[in-house]
Design a protein around this ligand. Structure first.
Ligand SMILES: [Zn+2]
Length: 820
């Protein structure tokens, strides 16, 4: 059974307009959006590439059973029918200006439960005071913040956030109510589920956490080899933990094993140019704040950093004096210095420079050492020792021996060279430079664990947040503990929730939708007038190699296998911090194990929690993943009409698939390797189309700023290509299946209008002004208003569907398009 709205009795007027009960709960989470996103991003630190997505295909004769019936509501009762007709009439009057009269006269009114629910779900956020042709986003979403009130401390409250949160709420009710019969996996008892409940309970036991107090932090510090900032605290100084004793590289290894990643992270990988060639990838490490704050050494952030550091010291029981303040100041300076060496996210994603000069991004160990020795003038250290020290961590987890010929994948050579300069004088134990870097490694690790510590540590987070954001609202305990349990047991927690909400029929319906869109993309590519023959042949080969994974890895529904998988996690029910530490260390082991596994595609390569509402496309594995968590409104509902399904999830599928041909994706060939595989003439054509989007979006304004069209172009092209392909697939599907093209009660829309409306409503949400400015500055996606404006104004079919006058914002004279 799905947990979505299901009418249980007689419908009434109030019922019709109060959909989505889940989001109306009074108890609201207060986790800031960024936190949730970080958590979700942390989940996906590796690309998915499994072959686990084998789903039962929908049988053709099953398809029709899913479609809502158009038989008018005899079963619902006369009163409701009358009410629905009245509502429909009201809708028709309100929408009188649209040119849909002709269509309407021949359409039947659908008054099944599902049609009523779809109408209610869509009408809920509409603001009729806004003219669709002037501001379609405002029209479709104007009532969103009233329908789904934002919670304190959240910068961006979106459908993606809300649906993920709703899934966590479902998980919470399973974990917290002590019903063991709800904790079965497909009817079987699960040891792993019992473990997850214990973990959740340990997390929720704040009394135990407070009783442990600073001891938890002390154990972490001593595990990392001590911290000069807490040397006056006796407990943190066991005999062997003098900060100078352990080499700096060894400390970093310990921090990296806990996924804290100060300075850099090392992971096994394959070459970007040849997937059969194994490599070791060295990437830049963790930064405490956003780039702009560190690069400019922003005063507000500096103040927050110092306040945070001082409070952490107090919480541990250390004295804050001039010496410790001086050291905190030095750590801040180091963070600033490291950030200035780092590349921005956008810079890191660029692939054209890699194609132009691969030797700066992939090189043998010998060549990397040569780069370093050209830079270093430090007599006491050889580049070989420095690098092999740094990657020595990697073989100790991998069982791979580093040879001079080992391929190193270096995302940012300048960063590594800068790091080498920093590390060279620190290689001698107990040198001042070594002490500073060691302290930094501890500080970075503490920062990523502080949320799991007692209240005085939470106070550090509150003070920091207050200074930076002007509010100090931290996550609610239920949400915090539920998401941490999900993070530690994602396959199990996914199974617990999804076995109740997602059926094989649901998955089959999604797979069928994906197939429609995938096929249409193939056709679109084969028709693109600007592609020459050779490029087109290669492009089609690429389209054919795109794989899909829908839902979750099948294996998660097997209680026995889950028990085995989670066998390693040790949970101490009286000590959440120790359990959390253990879960993180185990997770690291898994990721390393699977990455070094002899099988290139381990079955557990799925990186995200299945409860997350999102979808992905991987450029290197050519795999699109639709995560089960997204299979709920406004993205999907198997009982809603086809116009909705194609407009909502269909355009998301289209978006992900079009990433294969966005300004970056086009450089990846049919095997997912970087290559210049387009002819010059076709590249030129592509570029002029891309430039059109860059210019168009650059003219859009929000939060007093201009959209940075070059920065957002990949996502904009995916949006535009996505809805175009989904629309075409929908048109074709309609020709073959007209049975659910009936009129929705109260909505009175043509199927085309429902399609566009479903698309626009994906991008409803609430964003604070402050957060909006941050998004305009950093996000590679355009803000929601622009996503709707850009994609729909480029489609003449939209202007036609809503009767927009030429020259109105949604019917402009000049349009951009990739495929036509
Ligand atoms: Zn995207």
């Amino acid at each position: 059974e799905r947990l979505q709205l299901r009418p249980t009795g007689q419908l009434s007027n109030t019922r019709l307009f109060s959909s989505s009960g889940q989001s109306q709960l009074v108890e609201m989470d207060q986790e800031p959006d960024e936190k949730l996103r970080d958590r979700l991003a942390a989940e996906s630190y590796k690309e998915s590439g499994s072959d686990s997505g084998k789903w039962t295909r929908l049988q053709d004769d099953d398809k029709d059973k899913d479609k809502p019936s158009t038989v008018c509501g005899l079963s619902v009762g006369g009163f409701v029918l009358l009410l629905l007709l009245l509502l429909a009439l009201a809708g028709l009057i309100a929408l009188g200006s649209f040119s849909i009269v002709k269509w309407r006269s021949s359409a039947m009114l659908c008054s099944t439960d599902n049609c009523v629910l779809q109408s209610a779900s869509m009408l809920r956020t509409v603001d009729r005071a806004v003219k669709p042709c002037e501001d379609f986003h405002g029209f479709a979403c104007g009532n969103w913040d009233h329908a789904y009130p934002t919670q304190p401390g959240i910068g961006k409250y979106s459908n993606f956030y809300k649906d993920t949160r709703d899934n966590l709420l479902r998980l919470y009710s399973l974990l917290s109510h002590g019903y063991s019969n709800r904790l079965l996996i497909r009817g079987h008892r699960s040891k792993a589920a019992a473990k997850a409940v214990t973990y959740f309970e340990a997390c929720s036991n704040t009394t135990a956490r407070e009783a442990l107090g600073q001891k938890s932090a002390e154990s972490l510090i001593s595990r990392l080899g001590g911290w000069s900032l807490t040397n006056d605290v006796p407990a943190t100084r066991p005999p062997s933990s003098d900060p100078g004793d352990a080499g700096i590289i060894e400390r970093i290894a310990k921090a990296n094993a806990l996924l804290a990643q100060p300075f850099f992270n090392v992971q096994p990988a394959v070459s970007d140019f040849n997937h059969r060639r194994r490599a070791i990838r060295i990437n830049q490490g963790f930064a405490p704040y956003q780039r702009s704050a560190l690069v400019t050494s922003d005063e507000k952030f500096h103040k927050a950093y110092m306040a945070y550091g001082e409070q952490v010291l107090k919480a541990i029981g250390s004295t804050v004096n001039n010496a410790s303040r001086k050291r905190l100041e030095e750590l801040w300076q180091l963070d600033v210095r490291l950030e200035r060496l780092r590349n921005s996210y956008v810079e890191r994603r660029k692939v054209a420079p890699k194609i132009a000069d691969p030797s700066r991004f992939e090189m043998t160990l010998t060549d990397l050492c040569k780069h370093i020795s050209d830079r270093l003038h430090h007599a006491s250290v050889t580049p070989e020792s420095l690098v092999s020290e740094a990657v020595r961590l990697s073989p100790q987890f991998l069982g791979v021996r580093i040879k001079p010929t080992t391929l190193m994948r270096v995302d940012n050579l300048e960063y590594l060279l800068g790091l080498a300069e920093l590390f060279a004088p620190a290689m001698a134990a107990k040198s001042p430079a070594s002490m500073l870097l060691s302290d930094y490694a501890v500080m970075t690790t503490l920062r990523s664990f502080v949320h799991a510590l007692s209240d005085p540590f939470q106070e550090a987070r509150r003070q920091e947040k207050q200074i930076i954001y002007g509010n100090n609202v931290l996550d609610n305990l239920w949400l915090y503990c539920t998401s941490k349990t999900d993070l530690a047991f994602k396959f199990l927690t996914g199974a617990l929730v999804l076995q109740r909400t997602i059926t094989t029929k649901t998955l089959a319906k999604v797979t069928s939708l994906v197939d429609h869109i995938h096929k249409e993309l193939r056709l679109v590519v084969s028709e693109a007038p600007w592609m020459d023959k050779e490029t087109r042949t290669r492009a089609l080969a690429k389209v054919d190699r795109i794989k899909q994974t829908v839902g979750y890895p099948q294996i998660i529904m097997n209680a026995h296998k889950l028990d085995k998988f989670y066998d390693d996690i040790k949970i101490d029910k009286g000590d959440y911090f120790a359990s959390y530490l253990n879960a993180r260390a185990t997770k690291h082991k898994w990721s390393i194990n699977h990455l070094s596994s002899r099988q290139p595609h381990h079955r557990f390569e799925w990186g995200q929690s299945p409860l997350m509402a999102n979808a992905f496309y991987s450029q290197t594995t050519l795999r699109m993943t639709i995560i089960a968590g997204i299979l709920q409104p406004p993205f999907f509902d198997e009982h809603f009409q086809d116009a909705f399904l194609f407009g909502a999830l269909g355009s998301i599928v289209g978006h992900e698939l079009n990433h294969a041909f966005d300004a970056r994706g086009r450089y990846y060939n049919a095997t997912g390797c970087l290559q210049q595989w387009w002819s010059n003439a076709t590249s030129m054509q592509y570029r002029s189309r891309r430039d059109c989007f860059v210019q168009q979006y650059s003219n859009y304004k929000a939060y007093g700023m201009n959209n940075r069209g070059a920065h957002t172009v990949e996502e904009n092209m995916a949006d535009n290509g996505g809805i175009y392909v989904a629309y075409r697939a929908f048109q074709k599907h309609q020709e073959t299946a007209s049975s659910d093209a009936s009129l929705l009660p109260g909505l009175g829309y043509t199927p085309d209008q429902v399609f566009f409306m479903a698309f626009a409503q994906l991008w409803c949400g609430h964003v604070t002004k402050q957060f909006g400015r941050k998004l305009m500055e950093t996000d590679v996606h355009s803000v929601y208003e622009h996503r709707v404006l850009g994609s729909l104004s480029n489609m003449p079919q939209f202007a036609k569907a809503f009767g927009c006058k030429p020259g109105s914002p949604f019917n402009p004279a000049k349009r951009c398009t990739l495929w036509t």
